[in-house]
Design a protein around this ligand. Structure first.
Ligand code: ZN
Length: 175
């Protein structure tokens, strides 16, 4: 499969509010193809999340997945601090995020659309997300730590927001 490139910052699509996906759209082979492409692009990057605008499609779809290998570079202590636990592949269509509780966390974060850089970003520690799965079935996920961070980052993409809008500017660095 020929994979599309990941759109880099500066492209207008990353600053648009992506469109809601309709039930009719979900039922099309083109939509299922889009989801498969997003999963393949995320895994190839490799990354732990991807939003449709990052491959040039302005629709409210995100994919996320974290594996043991993806965090293998972190010391057990770092993994523990980040509350970074592997989780299975998830696809959310029209996700709606609700922060839970008042706790937040500060950690370095990167983005496949701002290749080569990272910065410290404050995120809610715990969130609940609802939306549809790739077949249009409603689903809800309550999570905390690293997956909660990924969700906040990806849902931001659907609203045209990048982590550089939220970062501690003096922490911005080349990686
Ligand atoms: Zn990103």
């Amino acid at each position: 499969m020929q994979l599309p490139p990941i759109v880099q910052t500066g492209h207008a699509i990353l600053r648009e509010r992506a469109a809601e996906v309709t039930v009719q759209q979900i039922e099309t082979p083109q939509f299922q193809q889009l989801v498969d492409t997003m999963i393949a692009v995320m895994r190839q990057a490799p990354g732990v999340g991807l939003a449709a605008p990052q491959i040039g499609v302005s629709m409210r779809v995100i994919v996320l997945e974290d594996t043991e290998q993806a965090s293998a570079h972190l010391a057990p202590q770092e993994r523990h601090e980040r509350e970074r636990e592997p989780f299975r592949l998830r696809v959310f269509v029209n996700p709606v995020l609700r922060p839970q509780g008042k706790e937040s966390r500060l950690f370095l974060e990167g983005c496949l659309s701002i290749a080569g850089y990272a910065a410290v970003v404050e995120r809610h520690r715990q969130v609940e997300v609802s939306g549809l799965d790739r077949y249009g079935k409603p689903q809800t996920w309550l999570t905390h730590g690293w997956p909660a961070r990924i969700l906040q980052h990806e849902v931001d993409h659907l609203d045209g927001v990048l982590y550089v809008d939220r970062m501690l500017t003096r922490s911005f660095a080349k990686v």
